[in-house]
Design a protein around this ligand. Sequence first.
Ligand code: SAM
Length: 258
Amino acid sequence: MIHQARKRFGQNFLSDPNIIRKIVDSIAPQAGQRMVEIGPGLAAMTDPLLERLGKMEVVEIDRDLIALLKERYSPDVLTIHEGDALKFDFGALGPDLRIVGNLPYNISTPILFHLADFADQVRDMTFMLQKEVVMRMVADPGSSEYGRLSVMLQYRFRMGRLFDVPPGAFRPAPKVMSSIVRLVPRPTESLEAKDDTLLRKIVTAAFGQRRKTLRNTLRDFIDEAGLSALGIDSGQRAERLSVADYIAITNACHAKRA
Ligand code: SAM
């Protein structure tokens, strides 16, 4: 059956066998590992992953694709979770989970934030995303790409951009360049926010108006004296602060409110 790619589900199917092999090699699946793929589509990656794993799980939203997957694989080999990955409870799949996927680009940021909530149960995650999003994920303080996504993901994960994938590797070809990124949860003990919701609020406020200084954007959370006690100049803008600075602000604010 021929499947017509659906734009609303961000469907660009991988079709270059060399690129598919390179991605699967970079994931390095081994039998016995617990793996879930987000958006298997026409199984371009699922198939070679299954060859090495023996069995795995997938989360797919498109009913037509689910029907194709059911025709092709027995339930002993492929467990199919039908539905929206944005609402999926990855924690229910058990510990030491490996998550992979050529993610639908139209939901890349919300899905990354959703997945960050499961960092404790995850061994690693390897994703294809728009290159521009990957550059934002791994950006260093001071760069124009550094923002809320960088801080919130770097708080939870060590991340590395592995390689780029050109539009010609997909059918239909997307308009943008893609990159493969690996995320490995990092131990939080050394750098832990006392309140993750507060951290998210502070980072959102700081970057919500990134041209303004911290003394303005963080007014509701901490005053100038508080910032200066942490060695942070309140005349700076959000992009100058490290992840550790945001955690220090969160913890100072938390201590004051407690
Ligand atoms: N993995 C396939 C490949 O590499 O050729 C397909 C990748 S395509 C970029 C994205 C896939 O994610 C499609 O199969 C699409 O139907 C699925 N998808 C889109 N939105 C989704 C969602 N919210 N939850 C689960 N799957 C989704």
